[in-house]
Design a protein around this ligand. Structure first.
Ligand code: PGA
Length: 254
């Protein structure tokens, strides 16, 4: 698990894309940019590619992680994958609570809370995704929704555990739609999330990254905004040249 918080994170979420061969080719292409990057480069790969990628990626300054896991330590859960199996395959982190998991697989805050606890116990760094729907956004309920997600998903996690968590703020309506949030508005929301985390007893050093239709044209505006510690990138992380470009853009920002 990452011991010290990096100053910036560039995280790719490949979703259900890429065979092992495609994934290895991707790593080869971005390696020169990743090797000289000051940001922490992280790729959430499909389960099947984690083992093949992890050794090679580490040498290139890239951390490999997963996009989901089960909350139990092991057991008769056909088709599920446990945290210790991910760790064993070389994963360093896991994305939890992504809106696609919440919406398509009915994951609740309570389940996500149990998964985060299990990930921490297994020394996998959790990236907790939170975000409001379009209707909630329009109704001005964003902060209320985020607060509920944060307090429920992080319930019972002590300061030490909290310091390992990365929060990804992803407005659901911005994911995969091309409708990214204005960086200034995202920055304000990140500041509100910071205050909520402080109220919950976190020590103020939790990194909050932004996700939702980030691409090579808008990445710089998010990376240079206050309180945004990095990016969670879906579609644009599938193309190695685009992802490498975003890594390079992050170098220009102090
Ligand atoms: P997107 O996806 O970059 O394609 O909007 C982001 C995500 O799902 O994490």
């Amino acid at each position: 698990m990452a011991k010290a918080a990096a100053s910036r994170y560039i995280v790719g979420n490949w979703k259900m894309y890429k065979t092992i061969e495609e994934a290895l080719h991707f790593i080869d292409t971005i390696a020169p940019s990743a090797q000289k990057s000051k940001a922490k480069i992280m790729l959430a790969a499909p389960f099947t590619a984690i083992k093949s990628l992890s050794d090679k990626a580490k040498a290139d300054n890239i951390a490999i992680g997963a996009q989901n896991m089960n909350d139990a330590s092991e057991g008769a859960f056909t088709g599920e994958v446990a945290a210790r199996m991910l760790k064993d395959a070389g994963a360093e982190f896991v994305i939890l609570g992504h809106s696609e998991r919440r919406t398509l697989y009915s994951e609740t805050n309570d389940l996500i809370n149990r998964k985060i606890k299990r990930a921490l116990e297994s020394e996998l760094q959790p990236i907790l995704c939170i975000g409001e729907s379009y209707d909630e956004h329009q109704a001005g309920a964003t902060e209320e929704v985020l607060k509920l997600q944060l307090t429920s998903c992080l319930q019972g996690i002590e300061k030490q555990g909290l310091s390992q968590v990365i929060i990804a703020y992803e407005p659901i309506w911005a994911i995969g739609t091309g409708l990214s949030l204005d960086a200034k508005i995202a920055s304000q929301t990140h500041k509100s999330i910071q205050s909520m985390l402080k109220e919950m007893g976190a020590d103020g050093k939790i990194s909050i990254i932004y996700g939702g239709s980030v691409n090579a044209s808008n990445a710089e505006s998010f990376l240079s905004a206050d309180a945004i510690s990095g990016l969670l990138i879906g579609s644009a992380s599938l193309h190695p040249e685009t992802f490498a470009k975003i890594i390079e853009l992050s170098q220009n920002i102090g």
